[in-house]
Structure formats: structure tokens, C-alpha cells
Design a protein around this ligand. Structure first.
Ligand SMILES: *Cc1c(COP(=O)(O)O)cnc(C)c1O
Length: 396
């Protein structure tokens, strides 16, 4: 039986490789950054980290983390409600809530946990969740775990959202769930229209802002600040694992009652270990940097604009947008993998995305800009794209 199972899995893996759908992992043997040292000794320009502000190896964060380790030790060895709540958890929760414009916030070991623990804790069979079709896997899984009725609308389709709101008019509570930024496309959700519809139909709004927090809006608060809807969102979740330092951790920010209830009932909060205090303390330092970090954000947006323009000039097919996620559309898995490999040989690390991460036929390389990239590095990356694109026949 055991051998049969092993050969079944070996067969599945072989088919993935044959279809160009196997995802190899590249080993990095130094700190995360705009340029990274790979395990084979080569250097590569990294265009696929969520390291938007370049903070992942920032010396100020390393110093803050070192001090926190010395003062607070390594781990809590407990879930929050038994003996795992540390003062720095509460400090960070209060600070995140205030900064994002909510009454309170609760930390999780990851945003995946924040989302999977959210819906089932708050909603029951008499309720309805109305979810954008391109929402992140953790929202989809969170909704699956919940007994509320699930209605899905095509990505960004406001007429369909309104129709679903009407279909679920008999529900006790209706919650619209959306990403603030759709991670595969880099599109920013139409939050002003979503809030208008929610208010007209008496629904609640939940936004997962993992790719918005730290970078969007004048103060870097995220997609709600960018869209001018601060104070009109009921629940916001997000990650500490992207712009906010890139280590790990997530949060839910909401009203005092929602947060208090999640502390009582969210299963990942109740049954999974507390975020290490070193991460909570270091994130407080990250929020100081972001408060004074207009220059980092300006550099990120300059990089995004210039890279987007350069790739478009070369003839690559991009998805339109403004976010530092810049997808290069390649149409099938083999083209995406060939292009990623050709770039890899030229010292540019990118990731090819194919089914099931994106729909079939929408295979792509998703590039992501960072404040850690300097203009000369991006020029080298553009030159590599030009060569690799011609070699693989993607551009003339
Ligand atoms: C990255 C991401 C997550 C997962 O965050 P983790 O903290 O790494 O678990 C959740 N939602 C969205 C939209 C994301 O982009």
C-alpha cells in the first residue's frame, strides 16, 4: 500500500513536470533584498518578493529585533489566552488599530490564519458572505469553513455584486469580502463603490489588505486610505509578512466588539501559538519607519512607473495598473517557465505563475517592484527582459 501511494504521487509529480506546472524553489543563501545571493553562489536581482519597502533586511529592523530578543526572549510557548499575551502584543494591536482607523486589532501568526478564523467565528447559517471571485485562497478557505451562504461575483463587477446583495436580501447579516489589492493582477479594489453598495443594502465590508498596507495611500495605511474610504470598512485583515518587514504575522482590525469576539472564538487564535514577541516589537519599529517613510514609498512608486514603462516599450503584454505588482502575461505555462528560466540565466529571479494559482491561459511572470531596487539595478533587469524576451520569441 505504501509503495502504491508513493508511486501514485511520483506519477502526479511527473505529470506536473511534463505540463510545465511544477514549481521549483530557488534557494537564497543570504538576506532577502533587491539583489540576493543564491545558494549556488550567483547573485540575482530579485523581482518577486513582497518586500515592497525593502525593509526585510533593514539594519534598523535587525537592531530592533536584536534588542527585543535580548529583552523579551525568543518565544511565548503558549496560545494568547492561556499565558501567551505579552505587553508588546497589546502595544502593537493598539498601534495598528489607531493607525488603520479602527477601534481595536488582534494579532495572528499569519494573515492566512486571520482569514481562516474570521468568517466562521462571526457568521452562521442565517448569514451570507458575498465574495470577489479573485479573492486570496485564505479568504476562500475561511468562507468554506463558515456555515453562511456563499455568493461569488466576478472580479470587480459592481453590477454583479449588487445583484448578489439583492439575492441575499433575506440573510440576517451580509458581509462583502474583497482583497484590497488582487495579488495576481495588482488591481486595486473599487472600495468607494463597494462601500456605497454596502451602505445602500445594509451590508458589512471586509477587506484583506495584505498587498496594500504599508504602501498605498498618502500615509501608507493601505487601500482604504488610497480609495478615500477610511472609517467605512467594517473589518480589515492584513499581513506583517510583506511591506511591514516581511517576517510573518497577520492581524484583524475592526470594531471593539468584533475584535473581542474573535479573541473568544477565532480558532487559529485559540489553538495556535502566539506571534513571537520579537516580531511584535520589531513591527512597532516598522510603523515608526512608515510614519516617516514618504521617501521609501516615493522610491517604490518611481520604480513601479519606470519599470512598467520600460517593459511596455519593449512590447511585453502587461496588465494595466499602477501597483508595484506588474504582471507580464505569457499565455501558457511553457512560455512562462521558459521566460523565467531565460531570465534566471541572466541573473534575474522571477517566478512563473500558472494554474491553479492563476486561471488556465493566463500564465504569467509576476514582477514586483521594491524600494530596495536602485535605478541601475532596474536598468539591468530591463536589459535582461529584452534579451530573454527575444530568445524565447515572446517579443519580436
Ligand atoms: C500574502 C497574503 C495572505 C497571506 O498572508 P500570510 O501572513 O503570509 O499568511 C493573505 N491574503 C492576501 C491577500 C495575501 O496577499
Amino acid at each position: 500500500m505504501r509503495d502504491a501511494f508513493r508511486s501514485e504521487l511520483a506519477g502526479r509529480l511527473e505529470r506536473l513536470r511534463a505540463d510545465g506546472l511544477f514549481r521549483p524553489e530557488v534557494e537564497i543563501a543570504g538576506p532577502q533584498g533587491g539583489v540576493v545571493r543564491l545558494a549556488d553562489g550567483r547573485e540575482a536581482i530579485n523581482l518577486c518578493a513582497n518586500n515592497y519597502l525593502g525593509l526585510a533586511d533593514d539594519p534598523r529592523l535587525v537592531a530592533a529585533a536584536r534588542e527585543a530578543l535580548t529583552r523579551w526572549g525568543y518565544g511565548m510557548a503558549s496560545v494568547r489566552f492561556i499565558c501567551g499575551t505579552h505587553s508588546v502584543h497589546r502595544q502593537l494591536e493598539a498601534r495598528l488599530a489607531e493607525w488603520l482607523g479602527f477601534e481595536d486589532a488582534v494579532l495572528h501568526p499569519s494573515c492566512f490564519d486571520a482569514n481562516t478564523g474570521l468568517f466562521e467565528a462571526l457568521l452562521g447559517p442565517e448569514d451570507a458572505v458575498i465574495s470577489d471571485a479573485l479573492n486570496h485562497a485564505s479568504i476562500i478557505d475561511g468562507i468554506r469553513l463558515c456555515k453562511a451562504r456563499r455568493l461569488v461575483y466576478p472580479n470587480g463587477d459592481m453590477a454583479a455584486l449588487e445583484a448578489r446583495l439583492a439575492e441575499a436580501a433575506d440573510a440576517r447579516f451580509r458581509l462583502i469580502a474583497t482583497d484590497g489589492v488582487f495579488s495576481m493582477d495588482g488591481h486595486i479594489a473599487r472600495l468607494a463603490e463597494i462601500c456605497d453598495l454596502a451602505e445602500r443594502h445594509g451590508a458589512l465590508v471586509m477587506v484583506d489588505d495584505s498587498h496594500g498596507v504599508g504602501i498605498l495611500g498618502a500615509g501608507g495605511r493601505g487601500s482604504h486610505e488610497h480609495c478615500g474610504v477610511m472609517g467605512r470598512i467594517d473589518i480589515m485583515t492584513g499581513t506583517l509578512g510583506k511591506a511591514l518587514g516581511g517576517a510573518a504575522g497577520g492581524y484583524v482590525a475592526a470594531s471593539a466588539e468584533i475584535v473581542a469576539w474573535l479573541r473568544q472564538r477565532s480558532r487559529p487564535y485559540l489553538f495556535s501559538n502566539a506571534l513571537p514577541p520579537v516580531i511584535a516589537a520589531t513591527t512597532l519599529a516598522v510603523l515608526d519607519i512608515i510614519r516617516d517613510g514618504g521617501e521609501l514609498r516615493a522610491r517604490l512608486w518611481r520604480n513601479a512607473r519606470s519599470f512598467r514603462e520600460a517593459l511596455a516599450r519593449l512590447g511585453f503584454r502587461l496588465l494595466p495598473g499602477e501597483h508595484p505588482i506588474i504582471p507580464v502575461m505569457l499565455g501558457d505555462p511553457r512560455h512562462a517557465q521558459a521566460m523565467a528560466a531565460a531570465l534566471g540565466r541572466r541573473g534575474v529571479h522571477v517566478a512563473a505563475f500558472s494554474f491553479p494559482v492563476v486561471p488556465k491561459g493566463q500564465d504569467r511572470i509576476r514582477t514586483q517592484m521594491s524600494a530596495a531596487h536602485d535605478p541601475a539595478t532596474l536598468e539591468r533587469a530591463v536589459a535582461a527582459f529584452a534579451e530573454a524576451g527575444r530568445e524565447t520569441g515572446v517579443i519580436p
